[in-house]
Design a protein around this ligand. Structure first.
Ligand code: GLN
Length: 202
């Protein structure tokens, strides 16, 4: 598989940026809105946006159960920000009816960084990614408060991050990856390249 076909869940959020990042990273990228479109893809990106809105749209578009089934079957996935929230097995500070996909054994807290810091940027070390530290853009981001034994922590907020220092902001379980931040907006393609590499190897 030289250029795998990677879908971007295209119900809401920053879909275009992920399509561009995937195309730059050696994949053919396609927006996904219908259950049957899930069948042909080798991997899926769930973009940033608003997780409770996306949760509602997943149900309206009848994608929730087919997507859960494909994830259970081993479909590689990458979720950024709201996408991370949807991939979690438990969400704190969300609406009671919000659905989640349970693809990573972790507890995430929505809008965790607080009102004063809706958006901020930080340089991170990212496990498995070599070279310069990664510029991470956080926009009303979640953090991870608990991970299961099978979950690998890939990045944390650095010491300079004040009250949030040490918080987990990137994880991987098998072929499912999630980040609190938005690599699709910086032009740094290393997270998308890492994900496309996972998709190729599955
Ligand atoms: N705060 C949003 C949510 O709860 C996530 C923000 C984002 O994806 N940039 O879904």
């Amino acid at each position: 598989m030289t250029r795998p076909l990677v879908g971007v869940l295209a119900l809401q959020g920053d879909v275009r940026e992920h399509l561009a990042a995937l195309n730059d990273s050696g994949a053919d990228a396609v927006g996904i809105r219908r259950p049957e479109e899930l069948e042909k893809i080798d991997g899926l990106v769930i973009p940033g946006g608003e997780s409770t809105t996306m949760s509602k749209l997943l149900q309206i578009f009848e994608l929730l159960e087919p997507l859960k089934a494909r994830l259970r079957g081993g479909l590689p996935a990458y979720g950024s920000c709201a996408g991370m929230i949807l991939l979690a097995s438990e969400i704190l500070d969300t609406r009671p009816d919000a659905q989640h996909l349970g693809a990573i054994d972790m507890t995430v807290r929505r809008n965790a960084f607080g009102r004063q810091v809706d958006s901020f940027e930080s340089d991170l070390d990212f496990e498995g990614i070599v070279g310069d530290p990664m510029r991470a853009v956080f926009i009303r981001a979640p953090w991870v408060e608990r991970v299961g034994d099978d979950v690998q922590v890939l990045a944390r907020v650095p010491e300079s991050g004040g009250a949030a220092a040490g918080r987990i902001v990137a994880v991987r379980q098998g072929s499912v990856v999630a980040t609190s931040f938005h690599p699709e907006v910086t032009g740094d393609r290393r997270v998308h390249e890492l994900f496309v590499d996972i998709v190729r190897k599955v």
